[in-house]
Design a protein around this ligand. Structure first.
Ligand code: GLA
Ligand code: ZN
Length: 673
């Protein structure tokens, strides 16, 4: 069995992508000297090195990589070695232009960037396997090797290819999935709009169509594209496992929902030895640390709760947004340590030394153009020391209070065209529910809808349009056994083929929610509805309303205006030993907070009224002890009550009672046992 943590690291991983091939060799000595000064323990190399290690088909030249590996090893820096298969060389595409991917509109992409790959291409698969094998034969038992890094961020920049090779491969996938063409016709509902197929050979990828394409066809293509990338990952992984036994294999995920939407990370999480993730702050006017926390929680959940590793984030600004602000002083460490709080066993960056040339020269790095006499460098050195003091948290697990259900496949289905309202957006609901619970200082796990939920007093379902019958049963059992469930509108509607579950909405969730929905009535752009409760409280919703018929559930809030005026808006169903809430409109943040407040009470979760907004408290626990991370995202000094006494690891001071937490600071208390 391969290890699940980078081989040979005793503390947390610290470092970044290292691309020495962009620099003359005399710079390398300075690189490793400064890496040691910063406390770097691990670097990712070789990710874009294919053209250098295989300059011509079948001729390998490992001279430069040998020297880099030796230098890092001599300096005690461990290696996350990339298979370079995200960037095949120019010679490869000259020989195999068909390996360049094709867009839905039929445009073939050109060489000159990266990630231009048709994952169905046999030539690509063969060449990728060959270079991987050469690489692992050369370095597979090197003492500096800590981790294998396959490819780079599967799913971006190209999530699916629509070429002829993919068409043939899709047909094979359909035959394997459905047995024969009748299975496909049935699953896709091709009786509609005369789309019946006489044989699987007639089926094409869902290329650009004059009007809406069959949604089940689109959904299956998304699954096929994801599975095809995974097939290619698994092929490389198996070569690495075979020839480099014991060394864990990863590929860097991008679980942020705003950054990659084409990969079903539940499935991928099962294939890697160690889950690693890349996270970048998106400047969209919202609180970036909330998205960071959400992404870290999602990554940990994809890892099954085990420690994972943040493989890339930025020391300061990125370079691919329209405007790329620098990070504020102290923000980098706060970001890094917030990931560690939520289960990352380290903090790595893109990239070590800022490039002079190429597409990413304005992207920040650990060693900036400004050199070592710079704020970023001083913060980098400081972070290295901080991570060193946190070495004991390695291997411990983050403790969650509640869970949110999330399913990439349901998201794919919900986003297809011709839904009741284009204003409903599954990701937006997930973000909003997450933010509301974050503001209640609750740590969330994410769970697949069919996962065992019995550990959680509260489970929220912000958007689960596609849900299986097994999901319906799972949620019912969860509530009957005492759980508190909160479901938002347009959930439980269709099965895995985007076919509406028989009978009234919400299909598989009717029983657990104790209601039916007769009709959806989405609101106009900017339109709002008021909803009121017997106690006089008034909430606001927008985007959506519907006609809810209670069948066992009690009405807690009622529509006060709009087409559904006088009818139930928010209901509560007591079932077995638990409670299931249903929210039939898109609640504003304040309204959502009110309803989630009532649900958390049902769940017996004690509100943390003793913590200011934007002060995070997260716990990690394991064999080495119990750790309380407190992260102050505000500029104001505060005091945070501790659940016991212990030692603060970053300052070395004793901590008890109320811990002094300066504005912008992070503290990590190891509780006395
Ligand atoms: C991604 C890639 C890196 C780099 C960074 C820049 O995460 O993996 O190679 O392009 O983005 O933000
Ligand atoms: Zn293709």
């Amino acid at each position: 069995m391969p290890d699940t943590a980078p081989e040979g690291l005793e503390g947390l991983a610290y470092g970044g992508d290292y691309n020495p091939e962009q620099w003359p060799e005399d710079v390398w000595a300075e690189d490793v000297r400064l890496m040691r000064e910063a406390g770097v323990t691990l670097v990712s190399i070789g990710i874009f090195s294919w053209a250098l290690i295989e300059p011509e088909p079948g001729r390998y030249d490992f001279g430069r990589l040998d020297r880099i590996v030796a230098l890092l090893h001599e300096n005690g820096i461990r290696i996350d070695l990339g298979t370079p298969t995200v960037a095949p060389p120019a010679w490869f595409y000259r020989a195999h232009p068909e390996a360049l991917p094709v867009s839905r509109e039929g445009m073939r992409y050109a060489f000159g960037s990266r990630g231009a790959i048709c994952h169905s291409s046999t030539a690509y698969r063969t060449a990728a396997a060959a270079v991987t094998e050469q690489l692992v034969r050369r370095y597979g038992s090197h003492p500096a090797l800590a981790l294998w890094h396959v490819h780079n961020e599967y799913g971006v920049p190209v999530s699916a290819c629509y070429c002829e090779n993919c068409a043939a491969h899709f047909r094979r996938w359909l035959t394997a999935t459905y047995g024969n063409v009748e299975g496909v016709n049935e699953a896709w509902g091709t009786a509609f709009w005369g789309q019946h197929y006489g044989s699987v050979e007639e089926i094409e990828p869902p290329r650009a169509t004059p009007t809406v394409c069959n949604p089940a066809h689109l959904l299956d293509y998304a699954r096929f594209a994801d599975a095809t990338m995974r097939e290619n990952f698994v092929r490389e992984r198996d070569i690495l496992h075979r020839l480099s036994p014991g060394i864990p294999v990863t590929t860097n995920f991008m679980t942020a929902l705003s950054q990659c939407d084409s990969v079903d990370y539940w499935a991928w999480g099962r294939e890697v030895d160690l889950v690693t993730n890349d996270h970048y702050l998106i400047t969209d006017g919202r609180r970036t640390h909330v998205n960071l926390a959400m992404t870290a929680d999602l990554t940990r959940s994809v890892a099954g709760g085990a420690p994972w590793l943040l493989l890339e984030h930025s020391t300061s600004g990125v370079s691919w947004q329209p405007r790329n602000p620098a990070k504020a002083p102290g923000q980098m460490a706060r970001n890094s340590l917030a990931h560690v709080a939520r289960g990352s066993d380290g903090a790595m960056f893109f990239q070590w030394r800022q490039s002079r040339r190429g597409a990413e020269k304005f992207h920040s790095s650990m060693l900036p153009h400004a050199g070592t006499d710079s704020r970023v460098w001083r913060e980098v050195v400081r972070l290295g020391a901080d991570l060193d003091s946190l070495a004991p948290v390695r291997g411990t697990r983050t403790v969650a209070d509640a869970a949110m259900l999330w399913d990439w496949q349901s998201w794919w289905a919900q986003r297809l065209e011709w839904r009741p309202s284009e204003d409903h957006d599954a990701r937006e609901r997930a973000d909003s529910f997450y933010e509301a619970l974050y503001d209640r200082h609750l740590t969330l796990d994410f769970a697949h809808p069919e996962a065992d939920l019995s550990a959680y007093p509260l489970v929220v379902v912000p958007a689960l349009y596609l849900a299986s019958e097994a999901t319906g049963r799972n949620l019912r059992t969860y509530v009957e056994n005492g759980g508190t469930l909160v479901v938002s509108y347009f959930s439980g509607i269709v099965d895995e083929h985007d076919a509406v579950h028989p009978g009234a909405y919400p299909g598989v969730l009717r029983d657990v929610l104790g209601l039916t929905v007769e009709e959806f009535s989405p609101l106009g752009e900017g339109e709002r509805v008021r909803i009121t409760a017997a106690d006089g409280s008034e909430l606001t919703g927008d985007v959506w309303s519907e006609f809810v018929v209670p069948r066992g559930a009690e009405t807690v809030w009622t529509y006060a205006d709009g087409l559904a005026a006088g009818q139930p808006a928010i209901t509560r169903h007591r079932l077995g030993r638990g409670t299931a809430w249903y929210i039939s409109t898109r609640l504003t943040p304040a309204a959502l907070d009110t309803v989630l407040g009532a649900a958390t009470e049902d769940a017996g979760l004690t509100p943390r009224t003793d913590l200011p907004r934007d002060v995070e408290v997260v716990r990690r626990s394991g064999e080495s002890g119990e750790y309380v991370f407190v992260v102050n995202h505000t500029g104001t000094d505060t005091k945070v009550p501790l659940p016991g006494h212990g030692t603060e690891l970053l300052t070395g001071e004793r901590a008890a009672g109320r811990l002094a937490l300066p504005g912008g600071a992070v503290r990590v208390v190891r509780l006395d046992s």
